[in-house]
Unconditional design. Structure first.
Length: 575
């Protein structure tokens, strides 16, 4: 929910350099360079686009904390202009054997099949060459044999909702070293395309990157350009051009947002189909979820629109949202601070008006149409149950200016609540958890994503928190594991490459010390990793994490103000 800065202002020159190189005749080669994790452009089968030229004037639901926490990610980004590569693999360092076999392991392939014991997984280059019973599968001559009795092999994890910014030596490797081997960037920019190219070229350790375009929102948006890439549109013509620009700039999908009017939203849906690019993000407040489902809206992010759509008070709440105005003269921080506080009474009204029959019909429709929902419970909890926010051991991988800024932003956004407000907002969070349980019962494709980039949401490691919240919402351990592996792979159109442990798939694996099906928290107990075929044993993982820690300590730019944290050089003019 919370939007965070993609990169500091000084990265404008990086964007300019990239755009200068992006001539029309490079479109084909750019497509060829896209990662194996890029979203397939083909539309989701069996779903029909429904254009609507009628524009409604309803203002958006909030994306809580938005631009305020967007700036939290910026504190990580202080060294983008002079990237730190401490944790990235130097050519020839730690690349490991080209062919090796992991023997005597229990394979949990994430297809839904039961665990397979005493198995061997053979990796050849960047692919899984074989999966079979130890003894029945013979490793190739010269292959290294890594004997791992008592260990569990699962697919590399997929993070479905991130907003990444920071030094090269911190953020990309931190994802991979936490077992996250694919991420979906929800507001992409030049930084993320550069990371993807460097990872593909072996110059940087990191995950596969699915990269969205700029936020496409109504006017005025809840964001400004001070928090990252943004396209504001007010009609169908502008909306169609936003889709074409997003595709032209090499994004894998169009990111839609809350304040779009109906004319713009349905034009985006139609133009996306014409251009062969998918779109995902928020369901605008002017559009119902059933309407959005019919447009091939790929995934619905966060729980706000679902709360609205499952309430008997839906129309009344929409009128309340329409009455909230966004001051276009404000910066992102103040827009979100004011918006965030204004929407809580409306959210609580949605909770009080929950309609089980309406919810059941909606969730059955989402399941039938194979839509994905990314609840981002982790960030909802940060904002709605702030008493649980605390420093963790993983904070050592982030700069002190970053974590200090987290505390500041969280206090501004959640402090000063009355006891009654605290109680009601906690109820809002508990209701969101119950909705996740109901979606699970209806068979909705619930996907694990954290909104990394916001306060208290540590890149990579936060995904394990989200899995724990899913388990608490009633998902089985297998369902929870699949929410971060095979299910997002299928929704994003990359199931032929990643998401399961099967012959022919890309070699992205996590080796665990304990059974994740016995306790999903065991996904944290990482013994070794395979990242695009590179075997990272326990001692090397510890060494690489230490390098991340050192890179974070070196990234200690002062962050007295939002602008200073972003490194924009404006001396605090924005805020």
């Amino acid at each position: 929910m919370l939007r965070r800065t993609q990169q500091p202002q000084r990265c404008d020159r990086v964007r300019s350099q990239v755009r200068a190189k992006q001539e029309p005749d490079r479109a084909a080669s750019r497509q060829a360079r896209r990662s194996d994790a890029a979203i397939a452009a083909a539309p989701v089968e069996g779903r029909r686009a429904t254009p609507d030229a009628e524009g409604a004037a309803i203002n958006s639901r909030r994306e809580v904390l938005g631009g305020a926490a967007a700036l939290a990610g910026a504190a990580l980004a202080a060294s983008v202009a002079a990237p730190a590569r401490a944790a990235g693999p130097r050519r020839g360092e730690g690349e490991g054997e080209k062919v090796y076999a992991l023997t005597h392991v229990t394979v949990i392939d994430a297809t839904g099949a039961p665990p397979m014991r005493d198995m061997t997984v053979v990796v050849d280059g960047t692919r899984i060459a074989a999966v079979g019973k130890t003894g029945a599968v013979t490793p190739p001559a010269g292959a290294r044999v890594v004997d791992l009795p008592g260990k569990y092999v699962i697919p590399g994890l997929i993070e479905s909702h991130v907003h990444s910014a920071g030094p090269d030596g911190v953020v990309p490797p931190l994802y991979a070293l936490a077992g996250v081997t694919t991420v979906r960037e929800m507001r992409g920019d030049a930084l993320h395309h550069r990371w993807r190219e460097e990872i593909q070229g072996g110059r940087l350790l990191g995950p596969r990157w699915i990269i969205g375009g700029p936020i496409v929102d109504g006017r005025p948006s809840l964001h400004t350009h001070d928090t990252g890439s943004l396209i504001e549109v007010g009609n169908a013509r502008e909306a169609r051009e936003a889709v074409r620009r997003t595709k032209r700039d090499g994004a894998d999908f169009v990111k839609v947002y809350s304040r779009l009017n109906r004319e713009s939203y349905f034009a985006i849906a139609d133009e996306s189909r014409r251009q062969g690019i998918r779109f995902a993000g928020h369901c605008p407040d002017t559009v119902t979820i059933p309407e959005a489902v019919r447009t091939r809206h790929q995934t619905f992010e966060h729980m706000d629109a679902l709360m609205l759509a499952t309430s008997a008070h839906e129309e009344e709440i929409r009128r309340g949202l329409a009455a909230i105005r966004v001051d276009g003269s404000q910066d992102s921080f103040h827009r979100y601070r004011d918006w965030y506080k204004a929407v809580h009474p409306l959210e609580y009204k949605a909770v009080l008006g929950f309609d089980p029959r309406k919810a059941r019909a909606l969730f059955e429709s989402l399941a039938a149409d194979r839509c994905g929902v990314v609840p981002t419970l982790t960030v909802h909890r940060v904002l709605e149950v702030p008493e649980n926010n605390r420093e963790t051991d993983e904070w050592k991988y982030l700069s002190a200016s970053m974590t200090g800024w987290w505390r500041e932003v969280a206090e501004v956004m959640t402090g000063g609540r009355t006891p009654e407000e605290t109680r009601r907002i906690r109820e809002i969070f508990e209701h969101k958890v119950r909705l996740v349980r109901s979606m699970r019962e209806a068979g909705v494709r619930v996907l694990a994503g954290t909104d990394t980039g916001d306060p208290y949401v540590v890149p990579g490691f936060a995904l394990h928190d989200e899995l724990g919240l899913f388990a608490g919402a009633g998902l089985t351990a297998m369902e929870t594991l699949r929410s971060a592996t095979s299910r997002p792979a299928r929704v994003f159109g990359i199931a032929d490459k990643v998401g399961t442990v099967e012959k022919g798939k890309l070699a992205d694996l996590v080796v665990l010390d304990a059974d994740p099906l016995a306790d999903i928290r065991n996904t944290r107990r990482i013994h070794a990793l395979v990242v695009n075929g590179r075997l990272i044993a326990q001692d090397e993982r510890e060494r690489l994490l230490k390098k991340v820690e050192e890179a974070a300590k070196a990234d200690e730019a002062p962050a007295k103000t939002v602008a200073a944290a972003r490194g924009c050089g404006c001396g605090g003019k924005h805020f």
